[in-house]
Write a protein that binds this ligand. Structure first.
Ligand code: GLA
Length: 677
């Protein structure tokens, strides 16, 4: 990920910077003379954004491409109404960068691009308003916005631009950080706050204020009385690694969020095609449990039914929009198995069991651990299945790779109306060599206060696979806490191509009231090829899974930019390598080694393509053991040799961390990476 052209340093000497700002922009003195708000005020306290803003923004789907225009914006407003998204709470229809012409008019006013917006901005705002929705716009707290075409920014024009926005009918401003001339961030963002307030007072139009300085100046520490929301990270992109790294940065900021002042981990990518629907459900679940703004970033005019199902899930939206306004907090996060809990106004807890890893994981917590009072039993509502169960207190599930089980648990008196929850489990069997019988064990466990009766379990694989039960597949009754365990042998045909295959575990049972319940656990088995004997270049082998902080992992080139195949020759400190992997922190690349390999060796370091910056650390894992690691390496250092003993490991993971700072410019090379088996 490259640096944007101008960065702001954290807080400067405000007086000197203010003078610089005046000189730079020809700004009239009164703008900065406007008194700052009472520093003790905890939030803007204007009644806006009492729950996280919901709506749409075009950026993630269009960037500055031509399809970002009046027809698109109106089309989205139409769909909000027609498809029930407005009723589900989506309200703001927002424009991002590239709506203006590069030059202001003779009066210093902003001019809408006549090709994209032939009828101007006000007419689009009027249209959006006519649908009972609200309208948002974008500019930067700099001399120009972020796009290289050089659209005007508001630095030095805050009062005039804010007034122009209010006159157009703007209800929401996203205020970016590019080309900020090094002026103190708090000063720049506070000036626009005051300008918006003045414009609101003059026109009677309240404006939600979204601070977008990418978390560079820790806005969570100073912006509660400046804006209604603030970005906490750099830009999201439509891939798993990006979403994951942003999620991990935003989670620890929970104490700073509340009504009228929210952490903003950036807009949604749901529906843009770079992740699976399972991953998009995770993205939406986790944004909701973090009380994040829910700004749809896909072109709904061509969205799939599944995308509408995810974005329109009202039970998940209710978690995000809960009026208590708490951001969920991490209960545990051992080895990629995350439990995040959010206190809700009605006393219940929303609980996300989120599996960061590339294989199914059992993730467990209890009603007590998420803060619920002691009770005989609890009602547990599954917010993706839309079903309610009773639980004696365990909140536990086997969660598919990259998936999230999202439940809402309450200590109410109605639990007995619901059937007992069961937990489906699986031991082994996730990595299968074609043609080789693989043993695995499934379990069905009653988590409820009441027994599960007439329990039966089935396991099925793709056509042509054989699945054989070697022990009983049914039980007359499972009392609370007990399990039905079944041993199986699974065989994939000898010519099965390596890859991921769907395997489904199903259990049916009766609740004490006689209702029939079916519980389904969709799993994936990876068909793998035995690692080749002798020395292999890891850049030539298929991997089991790969996550990367910016664009995809590249074979035999550096990471490059965010597209596939856009890397450069692997180069560390001037030395070029023909073979290896080019990655970007945070990164994990996993290989199947089937207990048949001995060592991983490589020359590692920060790639030269980003110049001076970037700092990373390399780790090689043999199953759950860290087998080798480097300290933090910077661009100034030559390649370092790393060598890991991986004997006995089923899976080897190559991990690159951000070196303790952030991931900016963290382009890392596993040069000449070899596996010996
Ligand atoms: C920055 C912002 C993005 C987007 C672009 C537009 O990168 O962080 O969200 O607004 O600018 O150019």
């Amino acid at each position: 990920m490259r640096h944007l052209p101008t960065r702001t340093t954290r807080r400067g000497v405000v007086g000197a910077l203010a003078a610089g700002l005046l000189a730079l922009s020809g700004l009239s003195a009164p703008a900065l003379a406007t008194p700052a708000a009472d520093p003790a005020a905890p939030a803007l306290d204007d009644g806006l954004a009492l729950t996280p803003p919901m709506g749409f923004n075009n950026w993630n789907s269009t960037h500055c491409r031509a399809e970002f225009n009046e027809a698109m914006v109106k089309g989205i407003a139409d769909i909000f109404v027609e498809k029930g998204l407005k009723d589900a709470g989506y309200e703001y229809v927002n424009l991002d960068d590239c709506w203006a012409l590069p030059q202001r008019d003779a009066n210093g006013k902003l001019v809408p691009d006549p090709v994209r917006f032939p009828n101007g901005i006000k007419s689009v705002a009027d249209y959006v308003h006519s649908k009972g929705l609200k309208f948002g716009i974008y500019t930067s707290a700099g001399t120009k916005t972020c796009n290289s075409a050089g659209f005007p920014g508001a630095l030095g024009h805050e009062y005039s631009d804010a007034r122009q926005f209010a006159d157009w009918g703007v209800d929401y401003l996203k205020y970016d950080n590019c080309n900020n001339q090094g002026v103190d961030a708090e000063l720049r963002y506070t000036t626009m706050r005051d300008a918006l307030k003045a414009a609101s007072q003059e026109t009677g139009r309240p404006i939600v204020y979204s601070i977008c300085e990418w978390g560079q100046n820790k806005p969570w520490e100073w912006a509660a009385d400046v804006g209604h929301l603030w970005r906490t990270t750099g830009d999201i992109s439509d891939d798993w690694g990006s979403m994951l790294s942003i999620l991990k940065k935003n989670l620890p900021l929970a104490p700073y969020a509340g009504p009228g002042h929210w952490n903003d981990p950036d807009m949604l990518e749901v529906g843009n095609g770079g992740m699976t629907d399972t991953e998009y459900r995770t993205h939406f679940s986790m944004w909701s449990i973090m009380a994040a703004p829910l700004l749809i970033g896909s072109d709904l005019r061509s969205a799939s039914d599944e995308t509408f199902d995810i974005l329109g899930n009202r039970e998940v939206i209710a978690v995000d929009q809960d009026p208590l306004g708490k951001q969920g907090t991490v209960v545990s996060s051992e080895r990629g198995r995350w439990v995040v809990a959010k206190e809700m106004k009605d006393g219940s807890r929303a609980v996300a069991l989120f599996n960061e890893t590339g294989s199914p994981q059992r993730i467990s917590t209890t009603a007590r651990a998420v803060g619920l009072p002691a009770a005989d039993a609890y009602t547990m509502r599954d917010l993706w299945q839309h079903k309610s169960y009773n639980t004696a207190g365990a909140i536990s599930a086997t969660v598919p790779a990259h998936g999230t089980v999202l439940v809402r648990v309450s200590a109410d008196t109605k639990w007995a109306k619901h059937p007992p929850a069961v937990e489906l489990g699986l031991d082994g069997g996730q990595l299968i060599e074609s043609g080789k019988p693989t043993a695995l064990t499934t379990s069905v466990t009653d988590l409820g206060r009441t027994p599960a009766k007439r329990v039966s379990v089935s396991l099925s694989g793709p056509a042509g696979w054989t699945v054989k039960a070697n022990s009983p597949t049914s039980a007359g009754a499972l009392p609370s806490g007990r399990s039905l365990r079944t041993k199986w042998t699974v065989t994939a045909p000898p010519d099965t191509e390596p890859g991921s295959y769907g395997v489904t575990l199903k259990a049916t049972y009766r609740s004490p009231t006689g209702a029939r319940v079916q519980s389904v656990l969709p799993l994936t088995a990876s068909v793998v090829t035995a690692p080749p004997a002798g020395m292999s270049q890891l850049g030539d082998l298929p991997w089991l899974g790969a996550a990367n902080g910016w664009g995809p992992v590249e074979r035999d080139t550096s990471n490059g930019e965010s597209a596939a195949g856009d890397g450069n020759p692997l180069t560390i400190n001037g030395v070029v390598y023909a073979k290896g992997l080019g990655v970007h922190a945070e990164s994990t690349v996993e290989y199947y080694t089937g207990k048949a390999c001995e060592t991983v060796t490589a020359q590692v370091g920060v790639d030269d393509e980003e110049g001076e910056e970037g700092s990373v650390a390399f780790e090689v894992w043999a199953d759950d053991t860290k087998a080798a690691s480097t300290g933090v390496l910077t661009n100034a250092q030559p390649a370092q040799a790393i060598s890991a003993d991986v004997r006995g490991a089923q899976v080897v993971r190559l991990v690159v961390t951000d070196g303790g700072d952030d991931i900016t410019s963290d382009h890392a090379d596993w040069a000449d990476a070899q596996l010996s088996c």
